[in-house]
Design a protein around this ligand. Sequence first.
Ligand code: BGC
Length: 313
Amino acid sequence: MRNLAALICTALALPAEALPVERCINLGNALEAPTEGEWGYVIQRDHITSVAKAGFDTVRLPVKFSGRWNGERIDPALLARVDEVIGWAREDGLQIILDLHHFDELMQAPGAYADDFFAIWQDIAAHYRDAPNDLIFELLNEPSYELTTEGAVALFDRVVPMIRSIHPERWIILGGGRWSAATEMAGLPVYDERTAHTFHFYLPFEFTHQQAHFIDQPPPPRGWGTAQDRAETATELARGLSHDSAPVLLGEFGVYEAAPEQDAIDWLAFVARAADSAGVGWCVWSIAPPFAILETESGTWRDGRLGALMSER
Ligand code: BGC
């Protein structure tokens, strides 16, 4: 039926279906760590409710499936935990983007791990065989290092038909190389009308990642917000927001906690409003420190950051 619908839309020149994600928050630093909690965050039931009440419609759940893969199956304990979080989100009316995150070995040696990538997705696709369409699959976070867009597409070409045979209507999100840079989306295929493309946006990197502890030579302190800053950021952002071969998701954007708070708030508002104006859904990085929107210890929102994201369009 979907293919028929697509044919009719094309024949009548109707707009393609929109990705049903507008305002999303990443549940990062939890399940993509080697074990949940190791990076300082364990997803809490009441955090999910706070997310729904704040007006988000979707959560993106990064998971390091490759870390709990024994060559034959994903650790059932990890899947049970993912199921639990998905269940919480669903109870609160949120959609879930399930994102295969931090498959580091695949980035270093794509050929050697292509079969594992396929088999992990076979396992996920089978496990979520009966899941409603509020569950969205994002095949691979930030292809990088040895994995180019072309290399990622070779992986997707194999995995998407397998997933489609089980999930004919589920949205599938694809990102390109260079850490899902905006311009890499041009090299991504559109398999069908429920394929979306994603890009990540942290520019200027020297602002969003200033003093970040996980960078070898972290950028020094700096602000953001001059007319020139805004013009340059708008130009870079437009490269992603104007992509039109498939529905687009701005799948990550955020500011490290060392940045001047008011500048961080201004940058978040600037990026979110630009995406809103372009009709592109966004997913902020991330709920927990060190890019936090929520004070996860106390469960209270950083009001300035939340307000920047959720202000009226
Ligand atoms: C990575 C995080 C990182 C963030 C911002 C994400 O894709 O998984 O570890 O903090 O990007 O750099």
